[in-house]
Design a protein around this ligand. Sequence first.
Ligand code: DGP
Length: 112
Amino acid sequence: MADCIFCRIVNKEIPSKIVYEDENVIAFDDINPQAPVHTLVVPKKHINTIMELEDYEVVSNVFKAIKKVAEIKNIDKDGFRVVVNHLSKGGQSVFHLHFHVLGGRQMLWPPG
Ligand code: DGP
């Protein structure tokens, strides 16, 4: 989609710090990191939200890429969190399905 910021990153029209890429998925560092490691894993195919996801092969491709990102960022042994935000109450601001991979510190929730 021409006016989608993540489609423009996929098409290399906007620069990003690419961590991993294959034919189906791109992963790049979040511009506004919330943890020492904060990488977005994005299917190249445009899907607005998780509720519009119908092709479950996308999920398989994304999770393969998440594992690669965890290894590349060296958080695979320590632990990390994967987050999808959905619509405004879920904190979604970019309407191209993406998965946040957060790590490098203890996550605050759940406590302890
Ligand atoms: P969400 O709120 O779940 O829709 O997350 C969108 C994330 O995308 C947010 O953490 C900031 C990030 N982001 C937005 N625009 C850009 C951009 O142009 N480049 C990069 N690297 N990240 C972006």
